[in-house]
Design a binder for this molecule. Sequence first.
Ligand code: ZN
Length: 289
Amino acid sequence: MRAILAENGGILRDVNSPTIQSSDDVLVAIKAAAVCRTDLYALDGTIPVPSQRIIGHEATGRITAVGTEAKQWRPGDRVALNPYLGDAGFLGLEADGAFADEIVIAASQLLKLPDEVSYPIGTFIEPVAAGMAILDENIGIPRADSILVYGDGRIAALTGALLRDGGYSDVEISLNPNRSVDAVIETAGVSGDYSAVIKALRPGGKLVLKSRDPAEIELPLLDLVKKEIRVVGAYLGNFAKAVEFVHRHANYLSSLVDMSWRIENFQQAFRAARESEDKKVVFRLNDDF
Ligand SMILES: [Zn+2]
């Protein structure tokens, strides 16, 4: 089968197709796989991965075979992948991922893709689940709070949509904040200037760190302390709720995706993903069945 390996900043190879190893494994023919920042970091070495690792983790597909204990699934089922593998790490980094024609994965890592959600739109389930962490009670932003989503492009837009859907009405998306807010959701990673963010927070306000940039960001400590800013990280929300959100907002999400890519054109695809985060770059695979 075809697969994109991390080697040399990304290379397309013919590799052996995976086979079911354990009784609760499932074989999935990948139908759509989206490029995310994590993949680009794995390709440029910012996140170290073995050179022969198949990368990619935001994916949907159709089941083609199931192990004897994977009784909840059948061949033909439409699924999305949950790439958080617990002790085994993260799909496409610590285990072979989804930029490939096929993948073998534990049955418990699959989510049913609703019939009305296309394969390319289903690739939003993982980033939506990640984004939904900001709605969690332990993040603790009251619904009446004013919120600045610090960032631009697709990820900031999606974060804003998640907040509005979650019951927040005073939400602004900007890289140049010019008012004082109760909470800031950071989605910009190292490209941000955090003195502007701290300035935009009211005294006692909350800074929610959301991007998973492996590099370090500079925070103006004195301003943080003087204003008694609370800093909290938001990692992962609920996958079932993410499926439901993607189902309800499939139309909106289709405006954030470029689903025209073939795996053969992976170099141009990665370049496009690096150049602009406006639209999610999605590979289409196994269109033939
Ligand atoms: Zn991702």
